[in-house]
Design a protein around this ligand. Structure first.
Ligand SMILES: Cc1ncc(COP(=O)(O)O)c(C=O)c1O
Length: 476
């Protein structure tokens, strides 16, 4: 595809940059900061070419050397690239796009400019280079898809093939008829709620658990029955007893790098669960959204808990949100074809399907899944280890270093999590207290601490948390 060179005329800069001369520091630095700010808040789009140094200097009433030195600062910060003959082009450096938010906004970034440091979301940043490439390739593929000339079109798409391959690699064997694509895992859970729950239905689920699922089950009018996790994982015989006693319509489990604890069900537990589940008449939903966030070294992926041949009671829910990008609303349900047919017939199914264009992008992005995930794991490991080392020095909390996922589950030994979270908020640190992850409003001595931010920001978070704890101790 032809790359169109976009230029912003130098005459636009005085207005665009506004009152950039105000403030302390050398002029060169102030101009560089003003240009960076214009990029970060979208006034100066990524991909445009900056004016030649002399032209901008004339417009701003500066010496050419000043503009040249400012451009040099931006170049060193990887905010522009300069190629001989084609000038300086604005780009996003990794430090800006490998951040917390799916939109790479300023949300939560290092608590800059007095903004609170937001650790209430546990989301990986977009893999920008791969994403842009996938969007371009999807755009190129659009005409053939619209004309119905692409194999399978958007309906039975490359995305079905890509998702089916994720299952077939580690079982169970999967074809199109086993899959229903949705606009994310929450959408998949909404469909399952619509099909299998009515007011008063019982749902058994881990405690703690993913609050989004909890909210959907409550919204459906279900009665949630919590099955406490132990510090090391699942007590399968206890789960079995709960299933016998409560006979739930639906059982919701996150066995792979559980949100919020990061726990992984061990292989013996999986074998035991497989054996015991066959005795129960409940739809078992395994939420595999976190499955790719395996932070163990050189590990093989966990096996899947499957039913007996022909069993219809096991459903897997998956998503590209944590593996690739939550801004791309793509998830799925993998289940027996009878279940897929039942879900597809729901009026909600069309409303909760990913858009055809998102599918085209997702199919292409999926081709880069292994390298994106490998990079992400490396970074998450480093961040997890950093925050774990910092927290290990604190006497008033304890935790297990998680084998995967995006967060640490912190047990407070002498404080109430809600009070500590309130105190932390007053010091510019937003955290989610444990009761939000509890089906019955307990877990008030736990906090979830995501490690999705870079180490510097995590360091600031631990400093603020320590300060908040000290302040709380002094007042109680
Ligand atoms: C366990 C779990 N399931 C589902 C979701 C929602 O995923 P999606 O963005 O695909 O709707 C999340 C998001 O945090 C999650 O942690």
């Amino acid at each position: 595809m032809d790359q169109v060179v976009r230029r912003v005329p130098a005459s636009r800069f005085p207005r665009m940059l506004g009152d950039w001369r105000a403030g302390p520091g050398p002029l060169v630095r102030r101009l560089a900061d003003a240009l960076e700010k214009a990029v970060r808040d979208g006034r100066l789009p990524v991909g445009v070419q900056l004016p030649a140094e002399r032209l901008l200097a004339d417009e701003l009433g500066l010496a050419r050397g000043t503009v040249a030195a400012s451009y040099q600062i931006l170049r060193a910060g990887q905010l522009i690239v300069t190629r001989t003959g084609s000038g300086s082009t604005v780009c996003l450096p990794p430090r800006l796009h490998d951040r917390l938010s799916p939109w790479a906004s300023d949300r939560g970034e290092e608590g800059r400019d007095g903004a609170p440091l937001d650790l209430t979301v546990a989301e990986p940043a977009a893999p920008l280079a791969e994403l842009l490439r996938a969007v371009r390739e999807a755009t190129d593929a659009l005409p053939a898809t619209l004309l119905g000339e692409a194999p399978g079109g958007a309906r039975r798409s490359a995305l079905h093939t890509g998702v089916a391959a994720l299952y077939s690699a580690h079982g169970p064997a999967t074809h199109d008829g086993h899959l229903l694509l949705t606009s994310g895992a929450d959408a998949a859970l909404s469909l399952l709620c619509a099909a299998y729950l009515k007011p008063g239905s019982r749902v058994v689920l881990d405690s703690p658990t993913y609050p989004g699922a909890l909210a959907l089950f409550r919204e459906a009018g279900a009665r949630t029955i919590s099955q406490p996790l132990t510090p090391t994982g699942w007590d399968i015989p206890a789960l079995d007893r709960t299933l016998t006693a409560s006979r739930p319509a639906l059982t919701y489990l996150i066995a792979d790098f559980h949100n919020p604890t990061g726990l992984l069900m061990d292989e013996e537990g999986r074998t035991e669960l497989r054996r015991r589940l066959s005795r129960h008449d409940t739809l078992v939903v395994f939420d595999e959204t976190m499955r790719d966030l395996d932070l163990r070294e050189d590990s093989v992926p966990p096996s899947r808990v499957t039913g007996r041949a022909g069993d219809r009671n096991i459903v897997y829910v998956g998503s590209l949100s944590k593996s690739l990008w939550p801004g791309l609303r793509v998830g799925w349900i993998r289940a027996h074809p009878d279940i897929i047919r039942r879900l597809t017939a729901l009026p909600l199914a069309a409303a909760l399907a990913p858009s055809p264009f998102d599918r085209l992008v997702a199919a292409r992005l999926l081709e880069h899944r292994e390298s994106v995930v490998a990079r992400r794991r490396g970074r998450l490991r480093q961040q997890r280890d950093y925050v774990a080392a910092r927290l290990a020095a604190l006497r008033w909390c304890r935790f297990q270093v998680p084998q995967g996922g995006l967060s640490l589950w912190l047990e407070l030994l002498d404080a109430d999590a809600r009070q500590l979270a309130d105190q932390a908020a007053s010091l510019g640190l937003a955290l989610t207290p444990g009761f939000r992850f509890s089906p019955d409003g307990t877990l008030d001595r736990y906090l979830r601490l995501p490690f999705t931010l870079p180490p510097e920001a995590l360091g600031t978070a631990v400093d603020r948390l320590t300060e908040a704890h000290a302040a709380l101790r002094n007042t109680t």
